[in-house]
Structures are given as structure tokens and as C-alpha cells.
Ligand binder design. Structure first.
Ligand code: SF4
Ligand code: SF4
Length: 371
């Protein structure tokens, strides 16, 4: 039987979460302990049934803890979020993709289970599965279900083209994600199919979104703006709003392999000044795992990596130090007098510098006049 709730340590406190829902309840340490120490046959305590009914309209009266609540163990590693790039392969071929070469490569099922066990042992509560296009990976349903059953709240990033498939619909019906993050590349067939360089992709996209809406899946839309679709941003936003709240992304970055040619797709009109970089928790409370189980601080700062498959969860103890060293303004940024007001974190600046991108795309030493 699937768990209806997850009780888990989270940062300095504890949360009670409902898979498929984005909101959660804070639990005091004593209440978390009560759940963690209880025999599985113990009835769900009154305070929990009341709170759960009030928050999610779910009736747990007469239910046992063991039937309803998956209680996560405290982890000494301190991670709460992670992303797992199941595969770099994609059924689209967008020119601006930050992945560059999109190879269908990854690990065996045994290795994937090992990786997901490590992710759970690290303390991760919120796991994003991404790609490439995650939903075209033949092992996506197994991976997703396994991670869900370990007690992680699931988010999936997708282009939406497979959301109508029966297999995916069945999977999400039984084990709901708390969020689907969906990219929007155009509002018309002509623009969308031209961007993805796949005929028929717009039709599949809309079919997928309609199916997801019908199923009540929680969608968050990312409107991606490039030169080729900048003429229909208003229409893309209107389309996105039919399915869920949306953000507009207009900043292109070099590929993870250091290819800056994708920057040619940048829409100057929609390039947004980033906020001043004040630090982030990459490598400390979240990490990224690539298709081979190599962990890095995030999707951008991929070097150095830690091989989780050989080092196991203990390897993550080195990641905080790696994160701190990656944030130092070294290399092309060393000695910069403007670093205190820089809008580009050091790992991203390094990527731009390696790609020999023009300063105007990331650095205060040259800014666009119309910025
Ligand atoms: S790209 Fe920069 S800001 Fe974003 S997670 Fe990585 S280090 Fe942090
Ligand atoms: S302003 Fe430019 S040189 Fe200075 S830290 Fe930022 S990216 Fe590096």
C-alpha cells in the first residue's frame, strides 16, 4: 500500500508532507519522535488526523501509522533537495539547449537503485528527476516509483510530449508528483515545431498538457524565450496560464560542455538582469547527480564531481568543501573589484569564460546599454 503521508526531518526541523501536494506542515520534534517511535499498529494520533483533515481534506480516522505514514530517518549528511539527470537523451533538438550533445547513456537498474538509496540516505526529501527528456527514458517509471517509495517528494521536469501516455498517467495516478515543471517553446505549431526541430511536437505538447490537466496534475510552466519565438511571448504566457502558474526565462547560457554558440539564440529584448548573487546552498543542502551517478554542487558547477557509485553516500561529505572552493572568485574573476555586486555566481561565470562568451552576456565589466 502506498503511503498517504511522509514525516521527515528537514533542515533544522521536521515536516509532515502529502505526496502530490506542494504544501506541508511543520512538526515539533516531540511529535515527529512520537511518529518515529510508534509501533506500526498504533492508531494515527488525534492531532495528526485533525491537522491532515484540515490541510488536505484527508480522513485518517481508524488508520494505523504503519499503513499511512512513511517516517524518514534523520540523516547526518544534511541534504534536503537533489536533482537526478536520468539521461541526457531528448526527443527534441532545440538549438539553445544547455546540455549540448544529448546522449542516451546512463546506468543499469541495479546502479540506479543504489544511487537512489544514496540520495535517500543523504536526507533528500525533494527530488527532481530531469533529463534530457526524462519521460522518454524507458526506465523512468521504475526509477520514479522506486524513489517515491523511498519517501521522497517527486518533481519532474519535462517538455510535456509524453504526458498523455497511459503508462505515465497510471504512474502519476498511483504515485503523484508534487510538481511537473514544463517548458513552453512556442504558442503556435509553426514556431514550436521550428524550435524543437520536430514536426508534430506542438500537437503532442498540447495533447500532453490537456491530459495532465484532466488528471489534475500540478503543473508549473517555464516559458523559454529565444530569438526564434520572441514575437509570441504574450501568446506563450497566455497558453501557459491555461495549465498553471508560469515564469518567463530569457537568459541563455553556454552548454555544460562549454559551447558558447548557443548564445547566438539569445533574445536581447528578453535578456533579464539577474539579481545580485548573494550566495546559494549548492553543495550544502542540495546536489545534482548526473546519469552516471556523479554528484556535483548543481547542474552548472559540475567540476569537480564525486563518484557516488564508488564512494557511496560518504563521498558527499566532501561536497560542501568543493562548493566553497567553487564560489571563490578565481580564474577569470580573480581580483575583480566588482565581485560584491556581481549578478553571476562563480560557477556560471566560469562556464561563460570557458565558452569565450562575450562579457556583455554575464559580466558587469561590459553591460548592454538597453539593460
Ligand atoms: S548555478 Fe550558481 S546560483 Fe545556481 S545553484 Fe549553481 S552555484 Fe548556485
Ligand atoms: S563582474 Fe565579471 S569579472 Fe567580476 S566577478 Fe562578476 S563575472 Fe567575474
Amino acid at each position: 500500500m502506498q503511503h498517504a503521508l511522509i514525516a521527515s526531518p528537514f533542515m533544522d526541523g521536521h515536516l509532515l508532507l502529502r505526496p502530490g501536494q506542494h504544501n506541508g506542515l511543520r512538526l515539533g520534534a516531540a511529535r515527529f519522535k512520537e511518529l518515529a517511535d510508534a509501533h506500526p499498529n498504533t492508531p494515527v494520533p488525534q492531532w495528526a488526523t485533525d491537522a491532515v483533515r484540515q490541510t488536505w481534506g484527508l480522513d485518517l480516522a481508524d488508520r494505523r501509522i504503519g499503513q499511512s505514514i512513511l517516517v524518514r530517518k534523520a540523516s547526518p549528511y544534511g541534504y534536503v533537495r537533489a536533482s537526478y539527470e536520468i539521461n541526457l537523451g531528448c526527443n527534441y533538438d532545440c538549438e539553445f539547449c544547455y546540455l549540448g550533445e544529448k546522449r542516451f547513456e546512463g546506468m543499469s537498474w541495479e546502479q540506479q537503485k543504489q544511487l537512489l538509496g544514496i540520495v535517500a540516505d543523504a536526507g533528500v526529501v525533494y527530488l527532481q528527476i530531469t533529463g534530457g527528456e526524462a519521460l522518454i527514458d524507458r526506465r523512468f517509471p521504475q526509477v520514479y516509483a522506486y524513489a517515491y517509495d523511498l519517501g521522497m517528494m517527486m518533481q519532474v521536469s519535462t517538455n510535456g510530449s509524453r504526458l498523455h501516455s497511459e503508462m505515465i498517467q497510471d504512474l502519476f495516478r498511483g504515485r503523484p508528483p508534487y510538481r511537473l515543471t514544463i517548458s513552453v517553446y512556442g504558442a503556435t505549431e509553426a514556431t514550436y515545431d521550428a524550435i524543437t526541430r520536430r514536426r508534430g511536437s506542438f500537437k503532442r505538447f498540447i495533447r500532453g498538457l490537456d491530459a495532465a490537466r484532466e488528471a489534475g496534475l500540478p503543473m508549473r510552466m517555464n516559458v523559454v524565450v529565444a530569438k526564434e519565438n520572441q514575437h509570441e511571448v504574450a501568446e506563450m504566457e497566455a497558453l501557459a496560464e491555461k495549465y498553471g502558474p508560469h515564469n518567463v526565462y530569457g537568459n541563455m547560457s553556454p552548454t555544460i560542455g562549454g559551447d558558447g554558440s548557443v548564445l547566438a539564440t539569445q533574445s536581447i529584448r528578453y535578456e533579464k538582469a539577474r539579481r545580485v548573487f548573494k550566495g546559494c546552498n549548492a553543495g550544502h543542502t542540495f546536489f545534482h547527480a548526473d546519469p552516471f551517478g556523479q554528484a556535483s554542487i548543481c547542474k552548472i558547477g559540475r567540476d569537480p564531481q564525486i563518484d557516488l557509485m564508488t564512494e557511496g553516500v560518504e563521498g558527499l561529505r566532501r561536497l560542501g568543501g568543493i562548493a566553497d572552493s567553487l564560489m571563490l572568485r578565481t580564474g577569470g574573476c580573480s581580483g575583480c573589484a566588482l565581485s560584491g555586486t556581481c549578478r553571476t555566481c562563480r560557477p556560471l561565470a566560469k562556464l561563460y569564460q570557458e565558452a569565450k562568451a562575450p562579457l556583455v552576456s554575464y559580466c558587469q565589466h561590459e553591460e548592454r546599454n538597453n539593460a
